[in-house]
Design a protein around this ligand. Structure first.
Ligand code: NAD
Ligand code: MG
Length: 383
């Protein structure tokens, strides 16, 4: 029996993880659950799964949850509590599924404590890639990606990296793949969040529409697979059936395919190196629409180009674009700025932030904070 600490239990990945656990309650135990402030949803989850711990973002929602529960679940709040359950000696696996930089500290705590980290929170690697990977190496933690593209590459690389020439991340192109740039100015948050293939949280849905999600994934891949930036390629594949590919010197290409459903990715991370059922329908290639592939248009999807540039620049640039993106996406979702302002705000933030090499976590957090402040000012000028 493996004890799972599920961080971000009320989100899209959190729900999919619980649905995989439901199929295998004899193998996996919900040891801890966490959420932002939705204590009502957490009451339901705590009653169903009876975890040892439940962690809310703040004291007020923790108190609401505590008052509504009549079981033995210990209710805690705040980032320190998240880190505590991520590193708890009884925790075997940590599902890191909090969205944004808010998930970094707890993912890192799991890495330092030598856990199996099922990493959905790609922002952890974008912000603190070097420190994160070093912590994994030092502690002997297992780092298993919970991102469809990176899981695909991880699966393709099971026999090693010998003769690897490049990896290719697939991108759906989001809901505006065929919309001309002129049509993007008036996009609403709901239109941006209506992803054609994947059902996801609102932040990552907007990131998919701008292709910043793919940009963050390029950086994620750089750290996960220890590659050179020029070994990472992106191709648009609107059907999201080929989840990513690995190219070898001998002319061979390996890809992983499947229906677009994160439960496959989550179950793989939970069962690795084995495979278990995930409740996902098998692929039916003969009856599938034709698979298409295109080169991304970097004028239209400027965020993707910005992420590649930040990776090549290294140091604080990656944390800066991530912070500016979080502020800009939030402002867009709150109707303060237009869709096409998002890349402008990121670019301006990058040009107004001091570029440094970040050698420790304090420096990473300080850079994240100052980039957020600068981006917030720039948002006000756009609003
Ligand atoms: P979501 O918005 O649906 O869920 C986010 C979860 O984090 C919720 O449980 C929420 O309560 C919690 N949370 C939010 N802010 C928090 C805070 N400040 N402190 C503590 N908890 C907080 O997001 P999601 O789509 O499930 O994505 C989660 C992560 O997984 C993101 O990093 C995303 O990039 C990554 N990811 C998601 C998908 C997907 O299909 N949804 C695919 C690949 C990677
Ligand atoms: Mg992905």
């Amino acid at each position: 029996m493996k004890n799972i600490a599920l961080l971000g239990a009320t989100g899209s990945i959190g729900k999919s993880t619980l649905s995989v656990i439901d199929l295998h309650r004899d193998q996996f135990n919900v040891f801890a659950l966490s959420a932002n402030t939705n204590w009502q949803q957490m009451v339901k989850l705590c009653n169903k799964y009876q975890p040892n711990f439940a962690v809310m973002r703040d004291e007020a929602s923790a108190l609401e949850l505590q008052n509504a529960l009549d079981n033995d679940t210990q209710v805690l709040s705040g980032v320190e509590a998240l880190c505590k359950i991520a590193a708890h000696e009884q925790t075997d696996y940590v599902m890191a599924a909090i969205v944004g930089a808010a998930g970094m500290a707890s993912s890192l705590a799991a890495a330092k404590a030598g856990k199996r980290i099922m990493l959905a929170n790609k922002e952890s690697l974008v912000l603190a890639g070097d420190i994160f990977i070093e912590a994994v190496k030092n502690s002997g933690a297992e780092l298993i990606p919970v991102d469809s593209e990176h899981s695909a590459i991880f699966q393709c690389l099971q026999s090693g990296k010998s003769g690897l020439s490049k990896i290719q991340l697939t991108a759906s192109g989001g809901p505006f793949l065929h919309t001309p740039i002129s049509g993007l100015q008036s996009i609403t948050p709901d239109e941006a969040c209506a992803h054609p293939n994947w059902s996801m949280g609102r932040k990552i849905s907007v990131d998919s529409a701008t292709m910043m999600n793919k940009g963050l994934e390029v950086i994620e891949a750089y750290y996960l697979f220890a590659l050179k930036p020029e070994q990472i390629d992106v191709v648009i594949h609107p059907q999201s059936i080929v989840h990513s590919s690995v190219y070898y010197d001998d002319g061979s290409t390996l890809s992983q395919l499947g229906n677009p459903d994160m439960r496959s990715v989550i179950s793989y991370a939970m069962a690795y190196p084995n495979r278990i059922s995930a409740g996902v329908a098998p692929l039916d290639l003969a009856n599938n629409p034709p698979l298409e592939f295109y080169t991304p248009d970097l004028d239209k999807f400027a965020c993707l180009g910005l992420a590649f540039d930040a990776l090549k620049q290294g140091g604080s640039a990656m944390g800066t674009i991530n912070a500016a993106n979080e502020i800009a996406v939030d402002a867009f979702l709150n109707h303060q700025i237009k869709f096409l302002d998002i890349p402008n705000i990121i670019e301006k933030t990058l040009s107004q932030t001091q570029h440094t090499t970040l050698c420790d976590l304090d420096a990473i957090i300080a850079n994240d904070q100052s980039a957020r402040e600068i981006a917030t000012q720039i948002v006000k000028q756009h609003a």
